[in-house]
Design a protein around this ligand. Structure first.
Ligand SMILES: O=C(O)c1cnc2c(S(=O)(=O)O)cccc2c1O
Length: 455
């Protein structure tokens, strides 16, 4: 149908950036009408005649997921890639047993505390395929009242021969194949052959991914924050952005080490601050601004304190890194109507101090953690990563621009970047505290009149 609400129209209206947020129940419709999709939109027949699909994720409610496919696609072969082990793996096997069209692939997690965070859909149609890289678990509450990010590819045409099936200038196809090969599982053989037969020349984003391992030599720049550093060194902003803050926004924080220089304002910020051909480490480091919901952001959110169940920052980690307080900024999304939709999206960007333009933007499954982005070991010789992550990086030159104007400050420009939150960020007040999920909050009730008593 030609209506604006037809999923294909929503997707086509957001070209060429193809970066959307998920629909939020309970906000004014105008904030869901454009630039937002639900999971049923992504699986809609209007996007293509689905033949089979692969769902990479962390939390997966299999019966719920099956119901999100339209009836005519509900028995098409579905592969679910997850990283659960022991009892959780057995629970997945039992849940999948009920569906003969579902096959499970268990990602190897050979390094302690690693998780399979990657959230990606491979949607194979009759005439081509689409790749969706996003931030939401495959459970109902992740698609209900949270702010989540979705990048959806154009239709990549299926070709007769591999030689017709080109890659993009951003090496999207090569990087996707390299990521999937890193699972070292025979289950991916048929998918890799299919992917190789698709023309991905229309992809305009770079893949920034992580796979578990102690990566040395060239592999050190293939994954995690060193891949970001490598791309920014080659294609990043020039020295004119040297004073622009770098921004991280996420839904969880790992252990950052004893001081800010240990990792977050050390190697991690150096990667975010990398400029083209100019050594980020040679001059002063830019301001780092971290956007993470405060206790009151959670308390006053649509979900109330239960939103904090998806913001797993533990008190034992928080007390070891009080130095983080200088970096905290509120979750604020007035221009997207989502200040009360707690973030589960993760994004990283470099913004002009006044917030009217950005030099690059990444949306990813990776939270602020060494497990996700990698930490240098052995005097910087190796990058140790624990988890699987994937995200996409938007660079202005891939859209014929020097910089992206931000949609918030340039609403008429079709190439203005739809940043999910308000820029510049708003620093915490002295009295504000970051949300921590394993301590009680009895002083003030949340939007539902409840307190928070975890145990
Ligand atoms: O989206 C994810 O990949 C992800 C991963 N982990 C989570 C945890 S926990 O496993 O770290 O305890 C607790 C609550 C929400 C989580 C979540 O949303």
């Amino acid at each position: 149908s030609s209506s604006r609400s037809d999923p294909l129209n929503i997707i086509e209206a957001c070209q060429p950036l193809n970066f959307l947020l998920t629909k939020v129940t309970g906000i004014q419709e105008k904030y869901n009408r454009s630039g937002a999709v639900g999971i049923k939109d992504l699986l809609s027949p209007s996007l293509g005649s689905l033949q089979e699909s692969v769902q990479f994720n962390y939390m997966i409610d299999i019966p719920w997921l099956v119901q999100q496919y339209p009836p005519q696609f509900r028995s098409k072969p579905l592969v679910i890639v997850h990283g659960h082990q022991r009892q959780a793996k057995m629970d997945m096997d039992v849940a999948a047993d009920h569906y003969k069209h579902i096959k499970l692939v268990n990602a190897k997690l050979e390094i302690m505390y690693g998780t399979h965070h990657t959230k990606m859909m491979l949607l194979f149609y009759d005439i081509g395929m689409r790749v969706v890289i996003h931030t939401a678990n495959l459970i109902e509450k992740d698609w209900h009242q949270k702010t989540q990010g979705v990048w959806i590819s154009p239709m990549f045409p299926k070709c007769k021969t591999a030689s017709d099936a080109k890659d993009s200038s951003t090496n999207f196809k090569q990087d996707l194949i390299q990521y999937m090969e890193a699972y070292r599982t025979p289950h991916f053989k048929s998918w890799l052959e299919k992917i190789k037969l698709h023309d991905m020349s229309s992809a305009k984003v770079h893949i920034i991914a992580s796979v578990p391992g102690r990566h040395i030599g060239p592999a050190k720049q293939t994954w995690g924050h060193f891949k970001l550093r490598k791309i920014l060194r080659q294609l990043g902003p020039g020295n004119s952005c040297k004073s622009w803050p770098v921004i991280g926004q996420f839904s969880s924080i790992g252990s950052m080490g004893p001081t800010k220089e240990s990792w977050v304002y050390g190697e991690f910020t150096e990667s975010l601050a990398t400029t083209k051909d100019g050594g980020a480490s040679l001059t002063m480091k830019p301001t780092l601004k971290l956007i993470y919901p405060s206790k009151d952001n959670v308390r006053t959110s649509l979900e109330g304190y239960p939103a904090g169940g998806s913001l797993p920052y533990s008190i034992k980690t928080a007390v070891k890194q009080q130095y983080m307080h200088q970096f905290w900024n509120h979750w604020k999304s007035e221009h997207r109507g989502r200040s009360a939709a707690c973030p589960h999206i993760k994004t990283y960007t470099r913004s002009h101090p006044d917030g009217t333009s950005i030099a690059w933007f990444a949306v990813t499954s990776a939270n602020l953690s060494k497990a996700a982005w990698g930490a240098l070991e052995k005097k910087g010789q190796q990058l140790m990563i624990r988890s699987y992550e994937i995200g996409v990086l938007f660079l202005p030159q891939n859209y014929g621009l020097e910089k992206f104007k931000t949609l918030e400050h340039a609403s008429e420009d079709p190439l203005a970047f739809p940043v999910p939150y308000d820029l510049p960020p708003t620093h915490y007040e002295k009295s504000d505290r970051p949300w921590v999920w394993d301590i009680p909050y009895m002083d003030k009730p949340d939007t539902h009149g409840n307190k928070w008593c975890p145990q």
